[in-house]
Write a protein that binds this ligand. Structure first.
Ligand code: UAG
Ligand code: ATP
Ligand code: API
Ligand code: MG
Length: 490
């Protein structure tokens, strides 16, 4: 596409230096520039992309989009906000892909990834080709792209939506994090359905207060548009009637509202919930019509995820029985309540609970079927909200027979400092501190007696540990399995 054609996406700009080069890629990182790239100088949380304009030019950028004055010998287009320009230009560059897709956004503190997998399973089973974007990557058929962020940067979203559309996807389900909503990473995305899971403490380092965090998530619902947008697309907000914040979101959206819940009245309500270590059953009541559901997923929180997914997919007009059948086939999502078995006589569960609420839910679920002791291995990530550290330690200690506090991804923080913040929440209580996560897992396995349950919380599917800025291979499941085998061979 020619530069002038890209600029058709903008209302206001000033071009310095004549020229209408062909644009081959849109790039925000100078290190990724190739000949023909259009480089956007983004003012980030840590650095100012304008400082890298010279490097971008040297690597062959055909033109540059800036908001502050820079020196360059290629055309420079000045706009008031380069990130906004990135959103608008990339949507046009990739042919407005979201307009052609049934796009579902999922926001909330916990449950987003799980719901994207459930929605995809239901829609695929009902014959609707569905792509997925989220914490574990961008996936569609043979199209697999790894991601830095749960919700990738806006140009990557439009690029991958367009590839999925071109390869036959009719729908895409995407995790829509509060950070991304606030930073404008989903600008230009024409959502059909917004799903809200729940709002509990996390990310206060970025949002400041729970109120601001709540408002960041509300952006998904306020930007949905009315029930039938001018494009004729259906617009629906799927809200959790057991979370009081849903009432705020109901007021913020012009879309059709559907509710789901267990404890309060809802369009999709679960009744008579039975939780066992092998699965969960309940009666689904959809506005007076009832259906039995017996699924392999475990825990009350899984019931919420299933209800939200069924409600969201019901806008497609699928038969309820067919959707329920699809849900019942889902064995689990990688790293979410995943059991590690090597023939041992105790249980090991790896779970991605890295927030106070998810840890509390995971432990409450385990308590429902624990007959012997619960041993919990947990840490907190570095360069992330600090307030949750003492709370998560307290939850682990109060709900376990033995809590082992350890490291998660320390990133650029000192692991001992992170642990000291966790320990401030459990002063005078009994717990064990083992800084090295591998040693902590091995210790827990070594302590386990027949019938005990070990919960290894916080890293779920992650196959790495970030120490400083380096990612080392590290997988809780592999380490636990190896430790179990070693113990059994003794
Ligand atoms: C704090 C934060 O949100 N950072 C995000 C942000 O990066 P940044 O603002 O720090 O970038 P920066 O380092 O200041 O650089 C500014 C600009 O200079 C450019 N640059 C930089 C260096 C260079 O040599 N050349 C160059 O051109 C950069 O490419 C960038 O365009 O913009 C980047 C591009 O979109 C994101 O990848 C990055 O996410 C980082 C990896 C991150 O950890 N974010 C977390 C907080 C996050 O967003 N998490 C949510 C998940 C939440 C949940 O699910 O619970 C998510 O959606 O992932
Ligand atoms: N509906 C829910 N309510 C509370 N906790 C949940 C819910 N669903 C999942 N969890 C817990 O949260 C953990 C993370 O689940 P999941 O990965 O689906 O959430 P997420 O919102 O995608 O997280 P992230 O913010 O890291 O992307 C799970 O391992 C489980 O312990
Ligand atoms: N989406 C979350 C994932 C946290 C996972 C946990 N293992 C950690 O590193 O803190 C975040 O980026 O805050
Ligand atoms: Mg996720």
């Amino acid at each position: 596409m020619k530069l002038a054609d890209c600029l058709e996406a903008l209302r206001d700009f000033r071009q310095d230096r004549e020229g209408n080069p062909n644009i081959s890629h849109l790039v925000i990182d100078s290190r990724l520039v190739q000949p023909g790239s259009l480089f956007f100088c983004i003012k980030g949380h840590h650095r100012d992309g304008h400082l890298y304009a010279a490097m971008a030019e040297k690597k062959g950028a055909a033109a540059i989009i800036a908001q502050d004055t820079i020196q360059a010998s290629v055309p420079v287009v000045y706009v008031s906000d380069t990130h906004r320009a990135l959103a608008m230009i990339s949507d046009r560059f990739y042919g407005y892909p979201s307009h052609d897709l049934h796009l579902i956004g999922v926001t909330g503190t916990n449950g987003k990834t799980t719901i994207t997998y459930l929605v995809r399973a239901i829609q695929e089973a009902c014959g609707m080709n569905t792509g997925l974007i989220g914490t574990m990557g961008m996936h569609y058929k043979n199209h697999e792209v790894s991601v830095e962020n749960t919700t990738p940067e806006v140009h990557l979203i439009h690029e991958n939506l367009s590839k999925m559309r071109d390869e036959g996807a009719v729908s895409v389900v995407m995790e829509t994090s509060s950070n991304a909503l606030y930073d404008g990473r989903v600008h230009g995305c024409d959502f059909n359905v917004g799903i809200f899971t729940n709002l509990t403490e996390d990310h206060l380092d970025l949002h400041g207060t729970m109120k601001d965090y709540m408002y960041a998530k509300s952006l998904l619902f306020s930007q949905l548009g009315n029930s039938y947008g001018c494009s004729g697309k259906i617009k629906a907000a799927v809200l959790n009637s057991d979370d009081p914040v849903s009432e705020v979101y109901r007021h913020m959206t012009a879309a059709h509202v559907m509710t789901y819940g267990i404890d309060h009245p809802a369009d999709f309500r679960a009744e008579s919930v039975q939780i066992t270590p092998k699965g969960t059953s309940f009666t689904l009541n959809v506005r007076g019509e009832t259906y039995p559901v017996a699924m392999k997923l475990i825990g009350k929180f899984s019931v919420y995820n299933v209800l939200a997914s069924l409600a969201a997919c019901s806008v497609n007009g699928f038969a309820m029985e067919e959707m329920i059948h699809a849900v019942e086939q889902v064995a689990g999502v990688s790293g979410r309540f995943e059991t590690v078995s090597a023939g041992q006589d105790f249980s090991v569960i790896v779970d991605y609970s890295h927030t106070p609420d998810s840890l509390e839910n995971a432990l409450a679920t385990i308590k429902e079927f624990a007959h012997k002791r619960i041993l919990t291995v947990v840490g907190c990530g570095g360069d992330r909200e600090r307030g949750k550290r003492p709370i998560m330690a307290r939850i682990a200690v109060e709900n376990s027979d033995l809590a082992i506090l350890t490291s998660d991804n320390p990133r650029t923080e000192d692991p001992e400092f992170i642990l000291s913040e966790m320990e401030s929440g459990v002063q005078g209580r009994d717990y064990k501190k083992i800084t090295d996560r591998r040693d902590a897992i091995r210790f827990a396995v070594g302590q386990a007696e027949p019938g005990d349950i070990i919960l290894i919380a916080g890293k779920g599917h992650e196959d790495y540990q970030i120490i400083g800025t380096v990612k080392h291979h590290f997988d809780d499941r592999e380490i636990a399995k190896k430790a179990i085998i070693e113990i059994m061979e003794k």
